[in-house]
Write a protein of this length. Structure first.
Ligand code: ADP
Length: 420
């Protein structure tokens, strides 16, 4: 605006006195200092008294030279002590010829100090955020550190073969997941360790008992009992019985060994269940009746012909019947039934024995697992059901259990009836 006014009144540029008068007048209406310079940049008038020495000369002010070349310039100066701005505008006559320059310098300390306050505020906010961030990071790190340390410690103890108590689930979800996995691993290892101990104790017991009986019989024979024909025959029969009783134990162990190393071979043959099943049951019926158990068998005459490995399935049924006879008390009931459903045959072995608690019903299929109730029965390795289930599954069928501690247990073998 000043440049436009001066361009309309070019005499201001020709007379330094007029320039001085104009500058002092205009200085009253604006905040900053005003400079009027000739077309070469020589100072004609200035409201700032510190520039009075420069009158007639070209003052050393940034941006002036560009203005003299016809370019309007605005330059801001920042320093620790002072902040200000200088604006120069060239003044042109009607022919667009440069006839002078006007300048305004303004002290921007107040604005700068507002910016300074703002800067300090931002700095403080950033520092507080940084501090909070560090505190938060430390708290989070601590929250992670505690559970991670307990997991590391537990894994170390497991590796050293120690039993560990379940670790408390704490910390973020991912860490809780890790703790759950470690707890599961530890509990599986515990079960395996218990099973291993149980197995050793069982094997020692199962082999030790008949061996003891055989040794005593041999001892009695040596002492002269062999002289008496009847006593000798009885003792030899006893020895034979014990040796025969050892056989299933070895069979179970051999079978399990085969299954663990993945060697279940099924040799299928077409078997008519209605004729095949009844003779298979005869020895078990005798064993049940011997123990005073009521025996019932329902084998319909129209069961289909199925493709099965008869040796393996007779082992399955034998394992189920041997358990039923073993766990059912005198005067109890044992029932074997067979059914032909839509696309499967079903063989059920039910008893009125002690039953199996719901939380143990999956576990009884694990190798060497014997239920709490079964521990009262000395004989058994906890392998029969494991073997039975693996054999049924190898036939494409399934072995199911329904049991409660009041009524007893029912084991059901499902076999597909399709001839492949
Ligand atoms: P074992 O009879 O040698 O212990 P099994 O694998 O045949 O091993 O059975 C595993 C466990 O399942 C047994 O220890 C017993 O606790 C339970 N069980 C199996 N059959 C019966 C049954 N008919 N009645 C009650 N419990 C049974």
């Amino acid at each position: 605006m000043i440049a436009e006014f001066v361009s309309d009144q070019p005499e201001i540029l020709e007379d330094p006195e007029m320039a001085t008068t104009y500058v002092s007048r205009i200085h009253l209406t604006i905040q900053g200092d005003v400079l009027i310079l000739g077309s070469g940049g020589n100072l004609l008038a200035a409201s700032d008294p510190t520039l009075s020495d420069d009158l007639g000369q070209i003052p050393d002010i940034d941006g002036l030279l560009q203005a003299v070349e016809g370019q309007p310039t605005v330059i801001l100066h920042y320093s620790w002590t002072q902040t200000g701005g200088t604006a120069f505008a060239p003044v042109a006559d009607v022919n667009e010829q440069l006839i002078g320059v006007v300048g305004v310098t303004e002290n921007l300390d107040a604005t700068a100090s507002q910016f300074g306050d703002l800067r300090r505020l931002i700095l403080v906010a950033v520092l507080i955020a940084l501090l909070l961030g560090i505190v938060l990071a430390l708290v989070l790190a601590r929250r992670l550190e505690v559970p991670i340390l307990s997991v590391t410690e537990a894994v170390g103890e497991i590796a050293a073969g120690q039993r560990i108590e379940p670790i408390t689930e704490e910390g973020p979800e991912e860490i809780q997941e890790l703790i759950r996995s470690v707890n599961l691993l530890a509990s599986n290892l515990r079960s395996m360790e218990d099973a291993r101990r149980g197995l050793l104790a069982n094997i020692v017991h199962e082999i030790g008992r008949p061996l003891g009986a055989i040794r005593s019989a041999l001892h009695v024979l040596r002492q002269g009992a062999a002289e008496d024909q009847a006593t000798r025959d009885e003792l030899l029969r006893g020895i034979e019985d014990e040796v025969i009783r050892l056989q299933p134990l070895l069979d179970d162990l051999a079978q399990l060994h085969g299954q663990v190393t993945g060697r279940i071979t099924i040799t299928r043959a077409p078997i008519s269940l209605s004729t095949w099943l009844p003779p298979l049951l005869i020895p078990w019926r005798a064993a049940a009746l011997d123990k005073g158990i009521h025996w019932q068998a329902h084998i319909p005459s129209d069961l289909p012909v199925v493709e099965i490995d008869p040796d393996r399935i007779s082992q399955v049924i034998g394992n189920l019947l041997s358990n039923a006879v073993k766990y059912t008390p005198e005067d109890g009931d044992l029932q074997v039934s067979a059914f032909h459903d839509e696309d499967a045959v079903r063989i059920e072995v039910s008893d009125t024995g002690p039953g199996i608690a719901v939380d143990e019903q999956d576990k009884v299929f694990e190798p060497f697992y014997r239920s709490q109730a079964a521990r009262r029965f000395p004989q058994g390795l906890g392998l029969g059901l494991t073997i039975a289930r693996d054999l049924v599954e190898a036939h494409g069928g399934r072995l199911e259990i329904a049991s409660d501690e009041k009524t007893g247990s029912t084991f059901t073998v499902w076999l597909p009836d399709t001839l492949d």
